[in-house]
Design a protein around this ligand. Sequence first.
Ligand SMILES: CCCCCCCC/C=C\CCCCCCCCCCCCCC(=O)NCCO
Length: 604
Amino acid sequence: MIQSIWEYFHHLPNVLAIWIECYCNQIVCCCICMLIALYYIQRCRIERAELKEKINMKKDECRESWKKIAKHPSASGHRVTTRQSHKIEILDLPLEMLLKKLQSDENVCAVDVLTEYQQKAHEVNGKFNCVVEPIKEAEYLAKNCDEMRKKNKQHKRPLHGLPVSLKECYFLKGYDCTAGMSNYIGKPCEEDAVIVQVLIKQGAIPFVRTNIPQTMLIYDCSNPIYGKTLNPHNDKRTPGGSSGGEGCIIAAKGSLLGFGSDIGGSIRIPCHMCGVCGLKPTYRRLSAKGTFDLMSGQTLINAAIGPMAQDVTSLVIAMKALLCDDMFDLDPTVPPIPFRTEIYEKTNELKIGYYVFDGYLKPVPACKRAVMDAKDILEREGHKLIPFEVPDLKEIFTEIYLPVIFGDNTQMLLEHLKNDVIDPGISLAVTNWSLPKCVQWLMSWVMSSVYNDNVIGKGIRSTSQSRNVYDWWKLAERLEEYKKKFLSLWRSLELDALICPGFAFPAVPNGEVFNVLGGVTYTALYNLLDYPAGTVPVTKVTREDEAGMKDYPSRTRYERFIRKYFSEGTVGLPVGIQCVGLPYQEELVLRVMKMVENDAPFRR
Ligand SMILES: CCCCCCCC/C=C\CCCCCCCCCCCCCC(=O)NCCO
């Protein structure tokens, strides 16, 4: 025994030598691989640390901006009016009245109004995290407004001295426009968006920038730079998105008028979930030049920009002010159609279509009831309401909308997100898109059966499919065919407008949006058609609505999630409806919205 051990060790160097000789190549290869792996791990660590550092610097920069504003002498913490004798609670005035005072009451000046709104926005932001950063130039603009009025009493611009909030995706000279992606930190914009230029020319004062979800392609409101925005009606729920910061600040009375963008519902969804009003116009009605477009080469379905406010009158005031020569000059692709007050104010009888179910996910009882309440209101006003059925919703969503939106099989989106910190809300989608195509294909079938829902499988496949020019032309052709079909249905019923659910359900619990993404069909349809659509709050969820959830279907995983999220904890959440018109009929859409608003139980 001892002998054999001795022999083994005696020959060990030889054994090792032979072993090393045989496996030398493999050992060298392994070492090289390990070194390369270590190098990449280390590089990733350094890049991560740099990203975190970048994000923290951005956060500090935003905090500093707030501090500078708080130091302003007029920001003293109590109500400020130019003359104490003239007691006005600035923050209690609706936009129309505040504007009148700003335009013609010597006792109300733009600087004081700005200060009030800056403070309120700061307070609201502390609770719900809806503001990205304040706009430093606001004070200069407000002072300028006051100077101009002092010099000329007749000086009355349509939005004179009115503070307005802007979604983070609007370009502002000197400010980063990130869409929640740290790759865009430290790359300030060179000029203001057209809409910002026009707002300023019309006397408005952009004063805060509001939060968005990373990429703005999900109806939530969270990103790794600025964090998560909460719903002011229930902080356990999302304000919706992607213009969620806007929805939140307006609902919480920290802003009277704001601007969002919408390619699938991003103006209308937060309006519905926060209980405010918003208009997604026809794409070209307002200039979108100078807003962050993550898929700028995709021109079949476009992101429209539009106003959001506490009431419909404020939207009308905004549209009237914006549809002016300055806009038509700055962006000649905008058709020079000023706001047609005669259409908005007309009192003729209208024929209005309505539906509660679009053909994919059933609306929860509160969303269904909101449409029926609006129908009653419009009928009482003397209009004729007729049932409408959306044609081929599931097909057009999976065979046109998603293939167009993700037409490059998400290549551009992944380029924007390259090496970035990914928000948990979209990480599953981004991980899936980063996998080889065949695996994505496989995943689509797995998900289809897990969800027991063909729309999911087809949806995922449509985002991972490579397309050539021929395929793209075919898509464009199908889109045109569907537009034609929808219009001829509309015409055959002789409709003037249409009303339908604001969304399939009210505000979703925080962090759960990805589980119920399919709700977007209710809003995305009107992006696909490029019809103007506005959202107006109608009602709030009641106990009876919640009780009615026991009859909600539970065949698919989406349906089971909806049952779970909306069977309790939803009483009091706002619920809106959408009013829809034919392209360029924004005035008519606003007229219908106004009629619904006048009699809706929401504010009672
Ligand atoms: C970045 C996350 C997107 C997730 C997409 C996952 C696709 C999964 C496929 C099928 C499931 C069906 C569910 C439908 C997904 C809908 C995705 C589009 C959502 C658009 C939301 C609103 C965006 C918007 O209007 N943004 C404004 C931009 O200016």
